[in-house]
Ligand binder design. Structure first.
Ligand code: NAD
Ligand code: TDX
Length: 377
């Protein structure tokens, strides 16, 4: 993350509240912002669901200078008491907290809605209260320094636009989510817009593409394919494997979020595309090639219900603001595969008892009904 992303509309040495900062993208954001050593202080609020992992913050905790600027609070964004207390001290709030896996939302959507709808509302209410206090000239840091109203950035996804058979989604397009996960995320986006319109809060939304990189939970496609292939285990490919996703490296996604936080227009919504659209089959083949594993591991399994065929976003608004991705797609994928090969302790620990239950529920019947998958063209 470059120094040029600092300053802008968030003060130097800012206090950031990062919700969901122990997950995949949130922890990358925390690691990268603290590694800049520009005085930023971060409080992570994380519920530590199956996807949250303190080990993702180990590089920060191993560095005394960075560790001194990190505080960790184990809690829920849907809990107004803890949220009010933490938002009161923050110059800005970045919300990564979510249930993030489409397949799990198909099995049971309840936690998706509690975090994605109720949780986002609790955060917005706390931001609203602090904004009102700041507007009255009464907002103060613990040391008595006057504070402005907090900025709030909601981390959202390309999935809110629904399946895009042709062309690209723009920020003003109608939202048409098709999975319970995507519907919960779209509800969060709409709440942010409603609080902007009603209470004139300083809010932002980023909509990122499919993200890959180190520390991603092995439930997601690239991490699943890599970890299964390392173990010579079967790789489940849904349907014909010709669904298309736009892949964004996690370091670029985190950098874009920070850039928008510092430079985005109040009320702005910004797509964050990766500029790297590929069919699932080709992504799987690239991972196997890097590991020197055979295509025969791949099994064609019954499709995900309501499976979105394609996501693709227009990135013009973010480019006009001054940001573009920097990670080369092939190099990024190879480095990610190498990271999983070199860090087996990390993902084997994540594959705990609850993982075995989930894996059986999600894949046992599908793999029993599987066939050899057609290879890439
Ligand atoms: P993740 O599942 O790896 O991490 C989510 C984190 O949020 C975990 O640390 C979890 O413990 C925490 N959390 C969940 N519910 C919480 C609650 N109620 N209170 C506090 N913490 C809670 O997810 P990720 O892949 O890092 O995604 C982060 C955000 O980015 C999500 O909002 C997701 O919708 C969005 N996003 C993800 C992708 C992707 O491809 N992974 C792409 C675009 C947008
Ligand atoms: O076992 C699998 N087999 C398979 O073919 C899995 C887990 C996935 N897939 C396919 C489904 C998708 O077409 O691979 C593609 C990617 O799947 P996921 O990794 O589950 O991601 P996706 O459903 O596209 O959603 C992701 O990108 C947008 C993230 O999980 C979301 O959090 C984000 O918002």
């Amino acid at each position: 993350m470059s120094d040029s992303s600092a300053s802008g509309r968030v003060p130097a040495g800012a206090r950031l509240l990062v919700c969901g900062g122990a997950g995949f993208i949130g922890s990358c954001y925390v690691r990268d912002v603290l590694a800049r050593r520009d005085g930023t202080r971060i409080t992570v609020l994380d519920k530590l669901t199956y996807a949250g992992n303190r080990a993702n913050l180990a590089p920060v905790e191993a560095d005394p200078e960075q560790a001194a600027r990190l505080a960790f609070v184990h809690g829920d964004i849907a809990d107004p008491d803890v949220v009010d207390m933490l938002v009161a001290e923050a110059d800005a709030v970045v919300d990564f907290a979510a249930e993030s896996h489409v397949d799990r939302s198909i099995l049971d959507a309840s936690a998706f809605l509690v975090t994605g709808v109720i949780g986002v509302r609790v955060l917005l209410e706390a931001v609203r209260r602090q904004t009102e206090i700041a507007r009255a000239g009464e907002r103060r840091a613990p040391d008595g320094t006057p504070m402005g109203a907090p900025r709030f950035l909601q981390v959202s996804t390309d999935e809110v636009y629904g399946s895009v058979e042709e062309g690209t989604s723009r920020e003003g397009d109608v939202l048409a989510p098709r999975s319970p996960y995507a519907a919960a995320k779209a509800a969060g986006d709409l709440l942010v817009g409603a609080y902007r319109a009603t209470h004139d809060l300083d809010v932002l939304v980023t909509r990122g593409a499919n993200t890959y990189g180190p520390y991603q939970h092995p439930e997601k496609l690239i991490a699943l394919v890599t970890t299964n292939a390392i173990d010579d285990a079967e790789i489940p490919l849904y349907g014909d494997g010709l669904q298309r996703r736009d892949w964004l490296h996690v370091a670029d996604h985190a950098a874009a979020i920070d850039f928008v936080l510092r430079h985005g227009e109040p009320g702005g919504v910004y797509n964050v595309p990766g500029g790297n659209e590929r069919a699932n089959r080709d992504v799987v083949a690239a991972v196997l090639a890097r590991l020197g594993k055979p295509w025969a591991l791949v099994r064609g399994v019954p499709d995900r219900p309501g499976h979105d065929r394609r996501y693709a976003m227009d990135g013009g608004r973010l480019a006009d603001l001054g940001w573009r991705p920097t990670v080369d797609p092939s190099a990024g994928l190879d480095a990610t595969v190498d990271w999983y090969r070199a860090n087996q302790g990390w993902w084997r620990a994540v594959r705990d008892a609850s993982w075995a239950d989930y894996y059986a529920r999600q894949y046992a019947d599908r793999l029993a009904a599987s066939r050899p998958a057609e290879g890439p063209g």
